[in-house]
Design a protein around this ligand. Structure first.
Ligand SMILES: C[S@@+](CC[C@H](N)C(=O)[O-])C[C@H]1O[C@@H](n2cnc3c(N)ncnc32)[C@H](O)[C@@H]1O
Length: 238
């Protein structure tokens, strides 16, 4: 398999939640990695059956899925620190996937699998209760009201996230847009399947202890300081 077709991303459902998928031309090394490494670490974009992530690393002590990993700073950094955990990363932006491939090769990582397209079909196809953590860091804010509907956090997404997470598993979300933080809290409350872990304001103002600063975070493009929201998945209602 060669470089996936980044020029024609398929939207999942009616609306795209991401912006551009192509940036600068890839370096020769990155082109090469798409030819050689990507086929070995890629997750099928449109799975036709249930996906058990442990097929890729049966000994994994935990499975973490990061959606929209951007340049991969957090994904690769976490994978380096936790070699016994399996990290799934989704990113439709070609340059981001290329950077993650470089990270995997530079650090000889065998615990990372990449999806070079919309995370949502894969989240939907994941085996129930197969994730220990779902991470969404600084997602596209879609801050104009007319674009809010493109936000990743929607009820259907939360349904899929809740099903894929183990009971007690963590949903981690960060944004520097105040309205997106409020939106997420409202959608989560409405959903009912998650419990917010914050007890005081310090809990959402302070990055989690294991947080790795991302490229987008350093750009400070939002309208507030970063807000970190952490939730645990409540057991499925019977
Ligand atoms: C604002 S950037 C932040 C990137 C990175 N998390 C960071 O903090 O630097 C949001 C990223 O989410 C990706 N994204 C948006 N919708 C997505 C989806 N449905 N599946 C996977 N990635 C998505 C975009 O392509 C974009 O790279």
């Amino acid at each position: 398999m060669s470089n996936p077709d980044f020029s024609a991303p398929k939207p999942f459902g009616p609306l795209r939640s991401f912006g551009r998928v192509r940036g600068r031309a890839l370096s020769e090394r990155q082109e090469q990695l798409f030819e050689t490494l990507f086929p070995r670490v890629s997750i099928p974009a449109e799975p036709s059956e249930t996906l058990d992530p442990l097929q890729w690393m049966p000994t994994a002590e935990a499975v973490i899925f990061e959606i929209g990993f951007g340049g991969g700073e957090h994904l690769i950094g976490q994978a380096e620190r936790h070699l016994n955990h399996l990290f799934l990363g989704a990113e439709p932006f070609q340059e981001g996937v290329a950077k993650a491939l470089v990270g995997i090769e530079d650090h000889n990582l065998t615990n990372v699998r990449l999806l070079a397209s919309d995370a949502r079909p894969v989240l939907k196809a994941l085996k129930p209760a197969s994730l220990d953590k779902l991470v969404i860091l600084f997602p596209d804010p879609w801050h104009k009201v007319k674009h809010n509907k493109r936000r990743l956090i929607q009820q259907i997404f939360l349904d899929d996230a809740h099903r894929a997470l183990k009971p007690g598993g963590e949903l981690r979300f960060a944004t520097d847009w105040a309205n997106y933080a409020a939106w997420t809290l409202a959608k989560i409350t409405q959903h009912g399947g998650f419990e917010w872990l914050a007890e005081t304001a310090t809990d959402w103002r302070t990055p989690p202890k294991d947080h790795i600063t991302t490229r987008y975070e350093t750009k400070k493009l939002g309208d507030c300081a970063p807000i970190f929201l952490r939730f645990t998945a409540r057991p499925q209602a019977s």
